[in-house]
Design a protein around this ligand. Sequence first.
Ligand code: SF4
Length: 284
Amino acid sequence: MAESIIKEIQAKSVLVKSKLPDTDYVINPYTGCAFGCSYCYASFMGRFVGKRVEDWGNYVFAKVNLGEVLDKELEKIKDKTKSILLSSVTDPYQGIESKYRLTRTALELLLKHKWQGTVGILTKSPLVTRDIDLFKKFPNVTVGVTVTSTDDAVGRFLERAAPPASLRIKALKTLHEAGIPTYAFVGPLLPHFAATPEKLKEIFDALKAAGVSEIYMEHLNLSPYIKKRLTQNLKGADEQIMKKFYSSQSKSYRAQLDAVIMDLLKHYNFHLRLGGVLYHKNII
Ligand code: SF4
């Protein structure tokens, strides 16, 4: 993949009310995501910056005035007990965060405004461990790392520019050892898991060893715009792989996989957040 185009932009707002089930606000310091995962549901965000779904992964717009805007927004909010997620449609610790430090700025401002509600982080990047010093200062923080496979080669195939799964699991361990509450986001569930539960078991084993006990899980969402981009990105891949992706969309497939998951959850004594495996159908 070509290197992503980086552009600096001025945001009108940064703190946005959320429609997600367990968070009141979201902060997305960037528009676009250089990790460019082939299954990413956030590819629709391009419509706000004049980009096509197919362009996802090839651009990142940094909201360079985030500090100024967020400071004012937090000043106005009286109830500081609401929950906030960084981030819902970008990765807050993708490569350019090392340069722009916008996620770190957002965390510093939340501390400045004495935020009491849960601050949730979700990333695929080990750069998240850079901010352990800040996480330690929050009364309620929870740091999540997405893990879709323990096989770095699978990651390279579907999450071409994201850090390898092995480094993500290591990051979870580092956070846990630093006393930060962690969770794993296991999703989207890849289509070979129902037939090969041992692959899922490998993920659970690795998460357990990293000190994780809380997880979210999500079925693959192949809404038409996601399917289009995935098909384009996997052009030339084994036809059987594509068939597996498409057949994972049936209700009976999900029921089969859910049964495998419920057994594993019991065995590993993991707490499944939101009470079930998530499934978002045709969100756009
Ligand atoms: S890391 Fe997350 S936001 Fe970025 S492309 Fe992958 S799924 Fe999308």
